[in-house]
Design a protein around this ligand. Sequence first.
Ligand SMILES: Nc1ncnc2c1ncn2[C@@H]1O[C@H](COP(=O)(O)OP(=O)(O)OP(=O)(O)O)[C@@H](O)[C@H]1O
Length: 250
Amino acid sequence: MPDPILKITGLEKSFGALKATSGVTLDLFPGEIHALIGPNGAGKSTLIKQIVGEIPQDAGTIAFEGQAIDHLDAADRARIGLARTFQVSQIAPELSALKNVMLAVEARQGRVFRFFRPVSRDLALTDAAMAFLYDAGLGERATMRAADLSHGERRQLEFAMALAMKPRVFLMDEPMAGLSPDGSKRMTAFLSDLRRTAPILLVEHDMEAVFALADRISVLVYGRVIATGTVAEIRANPDVRTAYLGDEAA
Ligand SMILES: Nc1ncnc2c1ncn2[C@@H]1O[C@H](COP(=O)(O)OP(=O)(O)OP(=O)(O)O)[C@@H](O)[C@H]1O
């Protein structure tokens, strides 16, 4: 077994009297999709926010590639490749899909995008951005304005921009939300391949997608991980069925 790329140990977070994260221990290994599921208000988003450094934990540690990162702020965590997947990718609707990805490439390189420079002069940048667009399945739409893309295509554009940021880990909060059945199928296929680029911690309510994708699932209820296991183990777990899955496990 390789070392985990992300290791969370004994994490605690309260909002007043409410315990949103309670003794959470969780890890993410290279090449895997680890899904985090649980009822509304279970503390999934709060956990992601602590991992990316948006809110501090009360206790416990978060280690990334073997090093504690508790002292790093969100910007430093993003720089080492630990950012929420859609957080850094703000789509500019009036720009083409290609230009949006070029912005992300330049942001990653720490340079300011120069709007007045003819695109053709910077072939390396264009080529890099095109490659990310093709990786996200959007190569054919490169010249379209982002505003004219369908909802599913905009999600693909966000992914192309996320790929351009070269993350070491993908942290995703409900990537299937709002997609059509067809869009969900395409997204599932895309995420399945994406785990080879970087492992994915996937918060998702779409159980069909979770069961199709997850190498492991952790179930969060009232801030506490009540079970971690393979899809088969989680579907068969009586506590999980009672607390969350109900008939969906069948
Ligand atoms: N900033 C905050 N201040 C006070 N309470 C908060 C804050 N953020 C979250 N909470 C509470 O913490 C609990 C966990 O919320 P969180 O959003 O993490 O759950 P979730 O599992 O992501 O839910 P959902 O599936 O609905 O997105 C909820 O009871 C929520 O109301």
